[in-house]
Design a binder for this molecule. Structure first.
Ligand code: AFP
Length: 338
């Protein structure tokens, strides 16, 4: 029996039924007969943590969560109170899931080893940027959580080696944008799904089952204030784009900028600059998960002309990388200038 459409059009438009994130994850698990359920538990911890973080973000200024702590994180960046709160929420929620072996966060210098015994259970490494774009918090701008999930490599006694896997090894990746609505976008390697948090029900509801990025889009997204400190070839690309009627859009919060790029097309760039010769963004918990999502949606992501992001061999947890990602035609256009 097919379920009638909502007469007021107030329900998600994904077809016959209402699908929550939990339903989607469980259905996915059933499609893989060997699945242990560990990954599903981790995704459910991500859902719970991001609902808690969304609640804090939504009540910023009403409760005392804004402003800096007066401390710096491992990147030398000022820690906002909400950075620290979000980090704690994620570590506490993930910590209770027996399938999590290691967590690694932008806010912590070293990974946290939760379980190391090898009892045959499939375990995972979860990397995250708990609150990306947090300098936008004071102005009620869009911020987000980014996550990447890797298999825990039990063959290696070196815990670092378990964390330092190339992006091609990710089993799942996603982000939550705390914007005008709370949107969760994720992939487990079989397309990209988008969910919106229904605050009345407290559940993420599926709104798009197989998200595809437009093949092209005349939008570039980068910090144009850095223009004179970019390598010449990027400046030439910008010149070309402006001569050819491109628009510029830049929030300064990767989740918000990548989300717009995913939905509307275009290219998001964070090139090397004089101040940050290796780029500013972090490979393991920013560039890699975003690249998996973009590729799963039909886009492309590169660290350099011939360097696909997901194939970069990581050397350190917090290493930085230049980023060129978005619609395939736009990414290739930028690469043709390099
Ligand atoms: P914050 O978390 O300090 O706001 O940094 C955000 C970010 O890591 C990323 O989300 C943005 O894309 C990028 O930095 C913006 O950097 P610029 O301010 O140099 O443009």
């Amino acid at each position: 029996m097919s379920i009638p459409e909502s007469p007021l059009g107030v329900l998600p438009s994904t077809g016959e039924n209402l699908i929550t994130l939990q339903t989607h994850v469980l259905a996915n698990e059933r499609r893989h007969p060997g699945a242990t359920g560990a990954l599903s538990w981790i995704l459910s911890a991500m859902a719970l943590s991001t609902k808690i973080i969304a609640d804090k973000v939504r009540r910023a200024r009403l409760v005392d969560v804004l402003g800096s702590l007066g401390a710096e994180n491992v990147q030398g960046e000022v820690q906002q109170k909400l950075d620290v709160i979000s980090n704690e929420v994620l570590i506490r929620c993930l910590g209770t899931r027996s399938g999590v072996a290691i967590v690694a966060s932008e806010e912590d210098e070293e990974p946290t080893f939760l379980r190391t015994q090898s009892d045959g259970e499939q375990r995972y490494v979860v990397l995250f940027d708990p609150l990306d774009g947090s300098s936008n918090l004071d102005v009620a701008g869009g911020v987000g959580t980014i996550f990447s999930i890797l298999r825990h490599d039990r063959r290696s006694n070196d815990p670092e080696a378990s964390v330092l896997q190339a992006g091609t090894e990710q089993v799942a990746a996603g982000y939550v944008l705390y914007g005008s609505s709370t949107v969760l976008v994720m992939t487990t390697g079989d397309g990209v799904q988008m969910f919106v948090l229904d605050p009345a029900v407290g559940s993420y509801l599926l709104v798009e089952e197989r998200l595809r990025i437009p093949d092209a889009g005349k939008i570039y997204s980068l910090n144009e204030g850095n223009r004179l400190s970019l390598p010449d070839e990027y400046q030439q690309y910008l010149h070309w784009a402006q001569e050819n009627g491109y628009s510029g859009r830049y929030v300064g919060s990767m989740v918000a900028d990548v989300h717009r790029t995913l939905l509307k097309g275009g290219v998001f760039l964070y090139p090397p600059t004089k101040k940050a010769p290796n780029g500013k963004l972090r490979l393991m918990y920013e560039a890699n998960p975003m690249s998996m999502l973009i590729e799963q949606a039909g886009g492309k992501s590169f660290a350099a002309k011939e360097q696909r992001m997901l194939e970069v061999g990581p050397e350190t947890l917090h290493q930085r990388t230049p980023v060129i990602l978005g619609s395939p035609e736009e990414v290739d256009r930028v690469r043709s200038f390099l």
